[in-house]
Design a protein around this ligand. Structure first.
Ligand code: ADP
Ligand code: ZN
Ligand code: ZN
Length: 824
């Protein structure tokens, strides 16, 4: 590549997958110079003999002598770049915007298989069958050692082979799927297999077909089956699935296949296939667009002429998904790539299925439950142009070639924000930046826009397209308020249910309607409480009360997972009058069973739907009406589409409204509107019942009237008045340490530096709502800034300076600093 004379060494700058802020320089031994290029991984030593795979982002031709400190790279791991220049641009922007290191972005972005380090644990792959044929001597030694030891680190493998670098060798074994990174196995990688059909070796020989047809002469069905197989093998570029055969001719049924197998003409075998490629159900035709959808589509395309980002504000059930699929279809026809972002939880549900039915193998799904191998497979598919990627926020990291459209569905959803660890990024906002890199368009879709996005419409930064009617002309649900104050006074409460609610539920059940009950458990979970002295159990590691979990009959911490059994008597005063206070989904489920003994009741929350399968089973059971009442947390609000929900009940609206956070109203409006939207979607109008002590609360009125404009104008005025986003920018800094004294000392230094630089913009240090988590004490600073790029830059530099100064203070080097830009 670069013509280099011996004196002119080539240096490279690399990104290491670590929380270090700069690029590091290594030199390239002469014989490898021609193979160095942007985006390839190289193996380098960093620190005390630790070896990492780093990515080359800059090759510099140097004329002077390389100084002695510069170390050589040990190996080049790739012949082709594994990242694109565009990806690197995004990494740079994220590290700059979200105040983290580029190494941290790299760690978040790359699938684990592409980031081997000396600590990485290697183990035998589940596909390894003891067959050592075709392995090199070195590979053989590694496989033998793994067979004996089970697990080895790459460091141990290096010692074993007495070689400095082994990653290339490991990469080869990984590609052959003979070994796996250890964490993969914890995810229980099971390859999906499909049944395929082929000629037995005997009949694959030339001229053998004559004999085969001789054998099937007497059976018309078998002859037809065999002919279908031959034809498919000639015309298809993939192995013949048993299904293909049966589809081709109905004479190829189980009996005739079995007969041919028995005659040893054909064989049926299992083919392990990539799960990402595995969708092979029958595709469905898409429905015709409604008039409203046609118009929305035309408006979106017109708006894209003028603006990069368009907000599609469509009421729940208006049919936004069908608009997305049309846009996707058109993009595919033009040979473009589309990224479709969804909240993580929605990714495991119905929407994926719906899209797969339309787009089949043109769509791939990227989410947190994939194994490392699946991630790498998908990564490579995107590199070669997979048209549609359905993903949670981390989809922004994929190596797109020709990205032209990004759809962010449920754009208001807080789960687009990664809160911990770094990079603490907002997936929606990052997607908008990603689109500028690719010169692509962004469609943000929701029934309840975030205040930020809608204000961007007001500022004319984003275009706006609306869909105000539900698909099929169904009315929005009728929302009815149940006044709990009144019900309590009149003694019309049965525990947490008003009699009116119970009565409505009974009537709905009698009509055969299904019901969704929503309870946001956060902050209102059942707590064990001593009626004599007021004692309640705190977590030993965190500053929160433990929550009672009936299923395990234990008290548990929702922050760190700490658990303990129920004390017989109050540890403080010895009283046995211990009672549960507050209610969560689990308690609701229990009480409902008392009032509605004949109903089938199920619960959907993080405890019952932790795995994808558990969640799918719940959804499926509800769809097929094996469940009458689904009690759930926010999970039930996310993009579910059931056809038979007559009633949606919100058991405590007040809980939603009483959060000590400037976004409380926004969240409450979104949650109530979204969960209401689950009622009456296909056939008839649904009903929503909201229990509250504050029937006159403005947000509740706005939800009832479906009056987003009113909600927005009230909310935006408050934000402006009190100095909150989107009018100003927030940066939150959290300091953490196990010793409160050290933490306080560090905070004083931090405060001093920050206030000297930024003055009254700095608020804090303040003790957060939960002040101790996992044995670490916490202190927060918040910086409020004008929306001015220069000032923001200056503030970020001041934060870096404060961190450096604080770390230099005696005892304080161990204090951890978390910086959260645009916290949510
Ligand atoms: P949203 O995402 O806007 O809440 P959905 O996309 O889930 O709404 O659509 C609501 C319902 O209307 C779904 O059951 C969907 O299948 C149906 N639907 C939407 N558009 C069409 C169409 N063009 N033809 C037939 N059914 C449609
Ligand atoms: Zn007590
Ligand atoms: Zn805890």
């Amino acid at each position: 590549m670069l013509p280099v004379s011996p004196a002119n060494l080539v240096k490279v700058e690399v990104v290491l997958p670590l929380a270090i802020s700069k690029l590091y320089t290594y030199y390239v031994p002469e014989e490898w110079v021609s193979r160095i290029q942007f985006g390839v991984r190289v193996e380098v030593v960093f620190g005390k003999n630790k070896v990492y795979a780093a990515i080359v982002v800059n090759a510099i031709k140097e004329h002077e002598q390389v100084s002695r400190q510069v170390k050589p790279i040990l190996e080049i791991l790739d012949d082709e770049p594994i990242i694109t220049q565009d990806q690197y641009k995004l990494w740079q922007w994220m590290s700059d915007y979200y105040c983290c290191t580029i190494g941290e972005v790299m760690s978040a972005a790359l699938p684990a298989n592409l980031k081997i380090s000396s600590e990485t644990q290697i183990t035998l792959g589940p596909l390894y069958d003891g067959n050592m044929k075709g392995l090199s001597d070195k590979e053989f030694i590694v496989m033998e050692a793994l067979r004996e030891n089970g697990v080895l680190t790459t460091h141990q493998i290096r010692d074993l082979l007495e070689r400095k670098t082994v990653n290339k060798l490991l990469k080869g074994l990984l590609d052959k799927k003979l070994i796996y990174l250890k964490e993969d196995l914890q995810r229980k990688y099971k390859p999906k297999v499909i049944k395929c059909v082929r000629l037995t070796p005997e009949y694959q020989a030339e001229g053998a077909m004559v004999k085969a047809f001789e054998l099937t002469r007497k059976s018309e069905k078998q002859t037809a089956t065999l002919m279908a197989l031959l034809q498919l093998s000639r015309t298809q570029d993939h192995p013949v699935r048993r299904k293909d055969l049966t589809k081709m001719t109905e004479r190829a049924d189980a009996a005739s296949i079995a007969a041919l197998v028995k005659k040893e003409v054909i064989e049926v075998y299992d083919l392990a296939i990539s799960r990402i490629e595995s969708y092979d159900a029958d595709l469905v035709e898409t429905n015709a667009l409604s008039a409203q959808q046609e118009r929305a589509l035309a408006d979106i395309e017109a708006a894209f002429e003028k603006q990069r980002v368009v907000l599609l504000k469509g009421v729940t059930g208006s049919g936004k998904t069908r608009v997305y699929t049309e846009l996707i279809q058109r993009a595919i026809e033009r040979g473009e790539q589309v990224l479709y972002l969804l909240p993580e939880i929605a990714l495991t549900t119905q929407i994926v299925h719906r899209l797969q039915k339309i787009f089949g193998d043109q769509i791939a799904v990227y989410h947190s439950k994939l194994s490392n191998n699946e991630r790498v497979e998908l990564w490579k598919e995107v590199q070669v142009g997979k048209p549609v990627i359905l993903a949670a926020r981390s989809g922004v990291f994929l190596p797109f070639q020709n990205l032209q459209l990004i759809i962010v569905d449920e754009e208001h959803d807080p789960s687009f924000k990664q809160n911990d660890p770094n990079p603490r990024y907002q997936g929606r906002d990052t997607a908008v930046y990603l689109a500028t890199i690719h010169d692509a368009k962004v469609l943000l879709g929701t029934a309840t826009p975030s205040i930020e996005s809608y204000q961007n419409v007001v500022w004319k930064k984003y275009g706006l397209v609306e869909m105000k009617e539900r698909f099929g002309g169904i009315s929005l649900p009728d929302i009815h308020i149940i006044d709990l104050k009144e019900a309590t006074q009149k003694k019309l409460m049965q525990s947490i249910f008003s009699m009116e609610m119970i009565q409505e539920l009974k009537e709905a059940l009698a009509k055969g309607d299904q019901i969704i009950l929503f309870q946001n458990r956060r902050g209102y979970a059942p707590v064990l409480h001593c009626q004599t002295c007021g004692w309640h159990q705190e977590c030993l590691n965190c500053d929160v009360s433990l929550t009672y979990h009936k299923f395990h009959d234990r008290l548990k911490c929702h922050y760190c997972g700490f658990g303990m059994s129920i004390p017989e008597a109050c540890p403080a005063c010895g009283s046995v009058a211990l009672h549960l206070r507050g209610f969560g989904t689990e308690k609701i489920e229990d009480e409902l069973k008392i009032y509605l003994p004949d109903a089938n009741i199920a619960r959907m929350d993080l405890d019952t739907a932790r795995t994808k399968n558990a969640l799918l089973r719940l959804i499926n059971d509800f769809e097929e009406k094996r469940i009458d009442i689904l009690v759930g947390t926010q999970m039930v609000t996310k993009g579910l589409d059931f056809e038979n929900v007559g009633i949606v009940g919100i058991l405590s609206a007040d809980q939603l409204l009483q959060f000590p956070d400037f976004r409380a109203s926004e969240r409450a409006y979104q949650l109530m509107t979204q969960v209401s939207g689950r009622a009456g979607r296909r056939k008839k109008q649904g009903k929503v019942l909201i229990q509250t002590y504050n029937p006159a609360h403005p947000v509740i009125r706005e939800v009832i009237d479906n009056d987003f404009d009113h909600f927005f104008s009230r909310e935006i005025t408050e934000r402006q008045q009190f100095g909150y986003p989107p009018f100003i920018r927030l940066i939150k800094i959290t300091l953490k340490h196990k010793k409160p004294d050290t933490l306080n000392q560090a905070a004083r230094v931090y405060e001093h530096v920050l206030k000297k630089k930024l003055g009254s913009w700095v608020i804090g240090p303040a003790i957060p709502y939960v002040s101790r988590v996992r044995s670490y004490y916490l202190l927060d600073f918040v910086i409020k800034l004008e929306r001015d790029a220069k000032k923001v830059r200056y503030a970020k530099e001041s934060i870096e300076l404060a961190t450096r100064e604080m770390k230099k203070t005696p005892n304080c080097s161990g204090v951890r600093v978390g910086v959260d830009v645009d916290p949510m």
